[in-house]
Ligand binder design. Structure first.
Ligand SMILES: [Zn+2]
Length: 315
């Protein structure tokens, strides 16, 4: 199932669409456990359909797992469809990690390919949910469950524990190793959460207003005390109605919003109109659909890049 919101947010991610690409990542460290140098029975083969979960699996399972990240940075997770090569990798996997919350409309195909052999784990399904909004109306639960759960650091900490449990179930003899890896990662995430809270605290509460083209930052907004004002339909094929644009302009003026954040670099006309008519500026790039590139190529880097862009623009 494809969510309409997410066509725009993808274009932000450098416009790189490498459909069907599969990048292999090795957990590194060899097939020997770090502690004591005991050889491990066999590496756990993981197929990940989220760049965030790929990082989590690599960090928690470092040295013990081999992770195939099928949706690398630059690939739209909403538009992604597994090709036969990806399905073959899934068929030989021990564990399949999914973002869930309706992100992967092809989950049935994956389960079929896994043939009951691999564990297919819908990680996002074990995390709290928010729902997409249309204007001020909360939409129905199922189709509009907001899939962008990783924009709240505590959600990623929860996801780390979900992945660790799966690794332990698959290879109980390495439980201590997974615990050590995940504790190190969780403590880095704790530092990150503290950093985000400190950085956001530089913005007075009444300046924490995110005007974006869609609701991809609801989890971020809820966790860090922002309000989101989203206009849907900012795509070349689907122009926003003049009523929607007018309503957004009213919000920007009335709330004295200093910047708007584009997730669609393809349609600058409407954004230019929004900024030129209100005096708001176009804020920096936000990575909304997964990991980015350069400094944003890690989860912590992506969050820091987004938070810095938001705080700098709204100050
Ligand atoms: Zn999205």
């Amino acid at each position: 199932m494809k969510l309409p919101c997410c066509v725009p947010c993808l274009r932000l991610v450098l416009g790189l669409v490498v459909m069907g690409a599969t990048l292999g990542f090795s957990g590194g460290g060899g097939a020997w456990a770090a502690k004591g140098g005991e050889p491990l029975a066999e590496r756990i083969r993981v197929s990940s359909f989220s760049s965030i979960l790929t990082e989590i699996a690599q960090r928690v399972g470092e040295g013990v797992v081999v992770v195939s990240g099928h949706v690398p940075p630059g690939v739209d997770p909403h538009e992604f469809e597994p090709n036969p090569g990806v399905l073959r990798t899934v068929a030989s996997a021990d564990l399949v990690l999914l973002s869930a919350k309706h992100m992967e409309g092809y989950v049935g195909k994956l389960k079929e390919s896994a043939g009951g052999k691999a564990r297919v784990v819908e990680v996002g399904g074990q995390l709290p949910s928010l729902w997409m909004r249309d204007g001020t109306q909360t939409m129905g639960r199922d189709a509009f469950e907001d899939p962008h759960w990783w924009h709240s650091v505590p959600n990623v900490q929860r996801a780390v524990k979900v992945v660790r449990e799966q690794f332990v179930a698959l290879q109980p003899q390495s439980a201590g190793f997974f615990l050590e890896n995940s504790n190190r990662y969780l403590s880095e995430l704790e530092d990150l959460q503290r950093w985000v809270r400190g950085r956001v605290a530089e913005l007075p509460r009444n300046q924490r207003k995110l005007v974006t083209s869609h609701d991809a930052l609801q989890y971020f907004a809820k966790e860090y005390g922002f309000s989101v004002y989203a206009v849907e339909g900012l795509t070349p094929s689907e122009q926003p109605s003049s009523r929607k644009v007018a309503a957004l302009l009213d919000v920007i003026r009335a709330q004295r919003v200093k910047a708007v954040f584009a997730q669609d670099t393809v349609n600058p006309k409407v954004l230019r109109e929004m900024t030129s008519e209100t005096g708001a500026v176009l804020g920096g790039r936000l990575w909304v659909d997964g990991l980015g590139t350069g400094d944003a190529a890690t989860y912590a880097g992506m969050i820091r890049s987004n938070v810095n862009a938001i705080v700098e623009a709204l100050k």
